[in-house]
Design a binder for this molecule. Structure first.
Ligand code: MG
Length: 261
């Protein structure tokens, strides 16, 4: 693996992106503000999610004239489509549940087929987590296979439950400051990008990725150029500094480089 130098995004030059054909962005905290709320009532559950801003919609449309664009997230495809529907279309694809599914040119594909072992472990973990009583727990985010448990903070029993059933040690249990994501390690944003590249005829070295946390690590390390919008939690070739939404700053920088503005 190449050495990640954490250079300031200002140092990104035109020559760094000459080979780049696809740019993949993470979602929460990168292209939309963080903050999912799960409101539980007796008969219903409400999930409140932030949307991509109108300003960023226009910029992404402009950027898609120069690169294939992808958004990769732990979220379910239904939510992603709701969040990014305004930019979806020619040249813009979505990857959901940490790479398990891809929506490309109107076609949804499952990138990985789960084994009997994996399905069994997912079910047992999920059953145990549902029984877990802890005041920090907010609730589960609806997903097809990925387990996402939102909580107010770290809950030690979550990791213990995963280890109890995953005796082959094939699963990750990632805490992303908002929620736990639990799924087989082989299903990640990096391996999913390879699959996306096969569909689009683009090599991973011709990709640039932008992320901010642990579930973005695989896709940062495997591609041509990796950008982190959170230097504290994720190393990359380039790091965005500042208070503003990091993904939008990367979009601005790319537009400046390709349009010479
Ligand atoms: Mg992230």
């Amino acid at each position: 693996m190449r050495k990640l130098l954490n250079k300031n995004l200002d140092e990104l030059k035109k020559e760094d992106i000459v080979k780049i054909k696809l740019v993949c962005f993470d979602c929460d905290g990168v292209t939309v503000e963080k903050g999912t709320e799960i409101i539980k009532e007796t008969e219903r559950e409400i999930i409140v999610t932030k949307q991509i801003s109108s300003g960023l919609v226009e910029k992404i449309k402009e950027l898609s004239k120069y690169f294939q664009i992808s958004f990769s997230s732990g979220r379910s495809m239904l939510y992603l489509k709701k969040m990014y529907g305004r930019v979806l279309g020619k040249g813009v694809s979505l990857q959901s549940e940490i790479g398990l599914f891809s929506l490309v040119k109107g076609e949804l594909k499952q990138n990985f087929v789960l084994s009997d072992y994996e399905l069994g472990v997912i079910k047992k973990i999920r059953d145990d987590l549902e029984k877990l009583e802890n005041e920090k727990i907010k609730g589960f985010e609806p997903k097809l296979f990925l387990i996402t448990l939102h909580s107010w903070g770290v809950i030690e029993e979550v990791e213990q439950i995963v280890r109890k059933y995953d005796y082959k040690n094939e699963f990750y249990c990632w805490w992303n400051e908002e929620a736990y994501d639990i799924a087989p390690k082989r299903i990640n944003k990096g391996s999913a990008l390879k699959k996306l590249g096969e569909r689009l005829g683009i090599k991973v070295e011709e990709m640039m990725t932008v992320g901010n946390g642990i579930n973005d690590k695989n896709m940062i390390e495997q591609v041509g150029v990796g950008v982190s919008t959170d230097g504290l939690h994720l190393e990359a070739d380039f790091v965005v500094e500042g208070e503003h939404l990091g993904g939008e700053m990367v979009v601005d920088k790319l537009l400046e480089l390709v349009e010479g503005a």
